[in-house]
Design a protein around this ligand. Structure first.
Ligand code: MEV
Length: 436
């Protein structure tokens, strides 16, 4: 059994690695070499990455790919995507080309509202609390003016405060529910700082007011925190074209394809088992852009899936319809992301990705992300209702299998040619390498 370590975070990087290697890798120097092989040779750059988190011991690489030819509202974008799944970037690029030839993607922003809540317990007369909050609202806003001044200058700030009575769900439970506009920042730090300051002032104002009894004055602030559920921070993307303008698919007419596609999306609206996978496919595209642009993919994931269940059952985030002679496909996503603050200026590849996208505003980046999700979803459902997903997926996975089997450059070249017309599987590739 390993011995517990104390003061681990105070050890140097080398000391941390040596401790891990002695405890978990039987002193095997290979384990250390694996970590050091991924250190950046540029010490300054490595130090930057070391400082992102505590106890950094190495760098964890993900490929950064790009999907070109995204026509979004008439502007062409090459979208950066950080992801390990082999077929995702290829699928995005294919969908971009497909819709580029059919009018491109259209987008709009349906809202930018962020939410934060102060959860507190008040054991008293609720009727008294509502007018009191209305009364102190201007004071609460004034009290955090040093925190909000810059945001207000940039066009944002706190846009609403309301009291919510949750005592039917939990005894004494009330919320101050706040709305924020954080312009180009995701705003987590801004929102949480405002909430914590306002919570203290709320306690103070109740505490010093003679209209409240000693019992009522004993307000307990349980917590003050932003919500990652942002159903009013929405970006929508859609594509539309005459069914006759769709591409010819093998073994079915264009109308059959359109109808089968719509049916597949309808199934994802009705059936949660399918909806989760359908939405996972959407998030393949979204997360890759969220990560490449240094945004918080956990926040986006949490918010998106809550949104998918907003009607009380988990459903598809996208919608496909046939309207007259047109095939229509759309996606609306809640996306609390930012283009300033966080890692955006710190991580060199994030900065690069932002530059590639023309240094977008948060609103513009939300639109690019929702397009990446729609494109990914189109590519996945198109494959599913035609050739099946494995054909394209295994083609892209072929290189991983070849690398795993230590194929040389010549074998790789031959294998890629051979498997253009043969189904890819681990054993088929193994067999091929034995004979080539
Ligand atoms: C795989 O990463 C994503 C898909 O399963 C999505 C889908 O089924 O729609 C292909």
């Amino acid at each position: 059994m390993q011995t517990p370590v104390s003061g681990f975070s105070k050890l140097s990087k080398e000391e941390k690695i040596d401790w891990i290697v002695s405890q978990y890798f039987n002193h095997n120097s290979e384990a250390k070499n694996t970590l050091t092989a991924y250190w950046n040779q540029d010490e300054k750059r490595q130090a930057l990455h070391d400082d992102f988190i505590e106890n950094t011991i190495s760098n964890y690489y993900l490929p950064l790919g790009v999907a070109p030819n995204f026509n979004i509202n008439g502007t062409l974008f090459t979208i950066p995507m950080a992801i390990e799944e082999s077929s995702v970037v290829a699928a995005a690029a294919k969908a971009a080309k497909y819709w580029g030839a059919r009018g491109g993607f259209k987008t709009e922003i349906l809202g930018e509202e962020k939410i934060g809540q102060i959860h507190f317990i008040y054991s008293g007369n609720g009727e008294k609390l509502f007018p009191f909050i209305e009364e102190i609202k201007p004071k609460l806003l004034e009290d955090v003016s040093t925190l909000t001044a810059n945001m207000i200058k940039r066009g944002g700030g706190i846009t609403g405060i309301s009291l919510r009575d949750k005592t039917a769900e939990l005894e004494g439970y009330y919320q101050l529910h706040l709305q924020f506009h954080t312009v180009d920042s995701m705003g987590a730090n801004f929102i949480n700082s405002c909430l914590e300051a306002i919570a203290k002032r709320l306690q103070f104002y109740i505490g010093e007011d003679s209209r409240f009894s000693p019992e009522e004055k004993a307000v307990e602030i349980v917590m003050s925190i932003l919500s990652n559920y942002v159903p009013n921070c929405l970006a929508k993307a859609w594509v539309r074209c005459p069914i006759d303008a769709l591409e010819e698919e093998e073994g079915m007419s264009k109308h059959e394809f359109a109808e089968k596609f719509v049916r597949a999306v309808t199934i994802a609206q009705l059936e949660p088992y399918r909806a989760v996978t359908h939405n996972k496919g959407i998030m393949n595209g979204v997360d890759a852009v969220v990560i490449a642009t240094g945004n918080d993919f956990r926040a986006v994931e949490a918010g998106v899936h809550a949104f998918a269940a907003r009607d009380g059952h988990y459903a598809s985030l996208s919608k496909a319809t046939i309207e007259g002679d047109d095939f229509c496909f759309e996606l609306t996503l809640p996306l609390a992301i930012g283009t300033v603050g966080g890692l955006t200026k710190l991580h060199p590849l994030v900065k690069w990705s932002m530059e590639l996208l023309g240094n977008p505003s948060a609103k513009e980046l939300m639109q690019i992300m929702v397009v990446a999700g729609l494109a990914q979803n189109f590519a996945a459902v198109r494959s599913l209702v035609t050739s099946g997903i494995q054909k394209g997926h295994m083609k892209m996975h072929l290189l991983n299998i070849l690398n795993q089997l230590n194929a040389n450059a010549n074998q790789k070249e031959k294998a890629i040619e051979y498997f253009k017309t043969t189904a890819v599987s681990f054993s088929a590739v193994e067999q091929f390498l034995q004979n080539n």
